[in-house]
Design a protein around this ligand. Structure first.
Ligand SMILES: [Zn+2]
Length: 200
């Protein structure tokens, strides 16, 4: 995979897997008009960080209510998402390093906007990156760059109180990408850059 693709994966990974928890991804509905704020449509910006008002009817943010998982239509949407992810997983199994043209062709075939499609791909790759790769590859602490590991343990302590777990997560990332945390840091500096614009 190209360096550019990796960097996009980190952005998506950071947005979709590491930083965004369930509450951050919650959708909110405008009570007066029914317009829905979905963080996915706003660069994964949580509702709490959005200032409002409703772009459709002008109602203030205070008029919005959270849409729960039991909400109507939600399960169908999740099913659709699952279908998309399954298709992409099948595609990636057969094409581990797909050129952009192939990804766009698949997006066309599935009737998905290419940018949204890439978002799905990066989210999936991000999940794969985080799924215990160090253990799988027999990657050991001494193989990791000590400075990267030190940075990694600090970064991952944001997600756990256990230093041992933090180290394991860091090693998982470094097994895949030896300079993961240098890249993450660079990405953090670039925070605020629109991911979709970057994908152009
Ligand atoms: Zn409204």
């Amino acid at each position: 995979m190209s360096r550019e693709l990796y960097e996009n994966i980190y952005k998506q990974y950071k947005n979709s897997v590491l930083r965004i928890n369930e509450e951050d991804m919650a959708r909110y509905k405008c009570k007066p008009c029914g317009w829905v704020y979905d963080p996915k449509d706003h660069g994964n910006k949580p509702f709490s960080e959005w200032s409002g008002p409703c772009p459709k009817c002008g109602a203030p943010k205070s008029e919005f209510v959270k849409i729960t998982n039991e909400g109507e239509g939600m399960s169908e949407e999740k099913e659709d998402m699952q279908k998309v992810h399954n298709s992409i997983m099948d595609f990636l199994k057969n094409n581990p390093s797909p050129p952009d043209e192939d990804m766009h062709a698949l997006a066309d075939k599935m009737g998905i906007d290419p940018h949204k499609f890439e978002g799905h791909v990066y989210m999936i790759l991000g999940s794969i990156l985080g799924a215990g790769r160090a253990k799988e590859k027999g990657f050991e602490e001494k193989e990791a760059d000590s400075k990267e590991l030190e940075m990694g343990i600090k970064v991952e302590m944001e997600h756990t109180t256990d230093p041992a777990i933090s180290k394991r997560i860091a090693l998982d990332h470094l097994a895949e990408i030896p300079d993961y945390y240098t890249r993450l840091l660079k990405m953090e500096k670039e925070a605020g850059i629109d991911v979709e614009a970057e994908l152009e």
